[in-house]
Design a protein around this ligand. Structure first.
Ligand code: NI
Length: 168
C-alpha cells in the first residue's frame, strides 16, 4: 500500500470530470487500498479519486468513530434525493483548514458498484449523505467551497495562493 499525494484547491486538476471505471481488476483493488490508507492517514472521512489526481469515478468513505467501516463507491449515481435538506459544516482534505456550512438534500439513494463490479443501492442519511454528496461532487470537478458566496471563495483562493508562495 502507498500514501497518495492529495492535490489542493485551487489546483485546476480538481475541476476534471472523472470518467467511469470500466475495469474491475487488481489495479482498481490497489487504488482503493491506497486511497483508504491515504484517507485514514490524513485523517479524513472521505476521499474521491479526483483528489489524488486519478480521474475515475471512485470514492472511499468511513464516517465511523472506529475507522473500520469502509464504504467504497464505484461509478456512483444519485437515483433519489429527499426534499428535506440538511445544513452541515463541511471541510475537505483538498482545502485544509477551511470549514463552512453547506445545505444539501438530507437523504439520498445511491446506486453504485463494488470492487468486484457488482451493483448495489444504499440509502444514505445524516453524515453519510453529506459525505457521499460532497465526494461525488469531486468526481464532477466541484469543490464544496463553490457553494459559498463569491466573497468567501475569493478570500479562500487568496489564502491558498499565499500558502503556495510561502511553501515554494
Ligand atoms: Ni472534499
Amino acid at each position: 500500500m502507498a500514501l497518495l499525494n492529495i492535490i489542493e484547491y485551487p489546483d485546476p486538476r480538481l475541476k476534471t470530470v472523472a470518467r467511469p471505471v470500466t475495469r474491475f481488476d487488481q489495479r482498481l483493488t490497489t487504488l482503493i487500498e491506497d486511497m483508504a490508507q491515504t484517507m485514514y492517514a490524513a485523517p479524513g472521512v472521505g476521499l474521491a479519486a479526483t483528489q489524488v489526481d486519478v480521474h475515475e469515478r471512485l470514492v472511499v468513505l468511513d464516517i465511523s468513530e472506529t475507522k473500520d467501516q469502509l464504504h467504497v463507491f464505484i461509478n456512483p449515481e444519485i437515483v433519489w434525493t429527499s426534499e428535506e435538506t440538511l445544513e452541515c459544516e463541511e471541510g475537505c482534505l483538498s482545502v485544509p483548514g477551511v470549514y463552512d456550512a453547506v445545505t444539501r438534500p438530507a437523504k439520498v439513494r445511491v446506486r453504485s458498484q463494488q470492487a468486484d463490479g457488482s451493483a448495489y443501492e444504499v440509502e444514505c442519511v445524516g453524515l453519510l449523505s453529506v459525505c457521499v454528496q460532497h465526494e461525488m461532487d469531486h468526481l464532477d470537478g466541484k469543490v464544496f467551497v463553490e457553494y459559498l458566496s463569491a466573497l468567501k471563495q475569493s478570500r479562500i483562493r487568496t489564502r491558498f495562493k499565499k500558502r503556495k508562495v510561502k511553501a515554494a
